[in-house]
Design a protein around this ligand. Structure first.
Ligand SMILES: Nc1ncnc2c1ncn2[C@@H]1O[C@H](COP(=O)(O)OP(=O)(O)OP(=O)(O)O)[C@@H](O)[C@H]1O
Ligand SMILES: [Mg+2]
Length: 319
């Protein structure tokens, strides 16, 4: 089965006046994939998404959805796209039903088609109890659901969600994430966030953008170890600290060792080793052979928080 690229960015570049907001961004999202677009404030997430939805044109480069160019074949491309913008332009004086029907019609659906589709959308977004409620009366979380509902009303196969869980309470965050997960099966999704655990929970792959450039691309799990270029081991040992430090530092493949106290005559040693070596067997043998007591040993992977900070603060890691 051929796996189609549903979203493609080719050298996307966007200047606002003389300000370079997005610089030569390249990525491909395959059919059915959920991609997390992660980056700090001002990184260029919304700008990239606006280009992908045909909202604004790129200064140079190309954006394609379902094979259609967002500039040259915008109508065809947009028919495949459901977009949850950063701030959803909801009409507060319409009921949920009226608004969703309106949005469906706006996207070229016939009123019969809208009627058929509404039931599914209302149920998928768990809006059954709010069908006839004025949008102005809905809480932020429910408005967000209406935002998602309008994004899927015309059965698009690509969803572009700009910070879908921002500003809603923890319970609704959980529900909104579940909703995205449920929708994911049949859709290709790109969602932006600066919430790192969200990426681990929802996404198959993550792109990290910083100052308009992609600085990393990986699965959430692999990002940690691959990016660090080192594996870290923590070992708790009972014995003479300076001697232990000295012996550990001599092991081949170990880059650095630091320690912190963990009780009487006990320390936790944090060991940086060259990537992929897994030095735990060597380290534990060395400790035991020296008659020190090994109380605990574990491999640490970097948390997404650490990676994110590392990527967005360390000059030398950028390409
Ligand atoms: N219409 C505009 N005119 C001028 N500059 C803009 C415009 N829109 C965005 N920018 C600038 O471009 C950069 C990228 O903005 P963008 O909104 O894409 O970031 P973002 O990653 O979505 O940030 P956030 O996490 O805060 O939503 C920022 O420096 C922003 O100030
Ligand atoms: Mg944004």
């Amino acid at each position: 089965m051929a796996i189609r690229a549903m979203i493609e960015a080719r050298n996307l570049t966007k200047y606002y006046g003389s300000f370079l907001a997005v610089e030569k961004v390249n990525f491909v999202i395959k059919k059915g994939e959920i991609l997390g677009f992660l980056g700090p404030n001002g990184a260029g997430k919304t700008t990239t998404m606006r280009i992908l939805t045909g909202f604004i044109p790129p200064t140079s480069g190309e954006a394609l959805v379902a094979g259609y160019d967002l500039v040259g074949q915008s109508i065809e491309a947009r028919a495949h796209i459901g977009y949850l913008p950063e701030t959803v332009p909801l009409y507060t004086e319409m009921t949920v039903k009226e608004y969703l029907s309106f949005m469906g019609r706006l996207r070229g659906m016939k009123s019969g088609q809208v009627r058929e589709r509404l039931g599914y959308v209302i149920e998928a977004c768990r809006l059954e109890d709010y069908y006839d409620t004025f949008i102005g009366k809905l809480s932020k979380g429910f408005r967000q659901r209406v935002g998602i509902a309008q994004a899927i009303i015309h059965e698009p196969d690509v969803l572009i969600l700009d910070e879908p869980t921002v500003g809603i309470d923890p319970i609704q965050v959980v529900e909104t994430r579940q909703l995205i997960k449920d929708l994911a099966g049949g859709h290709t999704v790109i969602l932006s966030t600066h919430i790192l655990p969200e990426v681990s929970m929802l996404c198959d792959r993550v792109l990290i953008i910083h100052e308009g450039k992609i600085v990393a691309e990986d699965t959430p799990d692999d990002l940690g170890t691959k990016l660090a270029g080192v594996d870290r081991v923590e070992a708790e040992v009972e014995g003479p600290r300076s001697q232990i430090l000295e012996v550990l530092k001599k092991i081949r493949g170990i880059i650095d060792v630091t320690s912190r106290p963990a009780g009487k005559n006990r320390n936790v040693y944090r060991i940086q080793a060259k990537q992929g070596l897994d030095l735990r067997p060597t380290i534990s043998r060395t400790i035991v052979n020296n008659n020190w007591a090994l109380l605990n040993i574990q491999l640490l992977s970097m948390s997404l928080e650490e990676i994110f900070l590392k990527l967005t603060t360390e000059e030398d890691l950028r390409t």
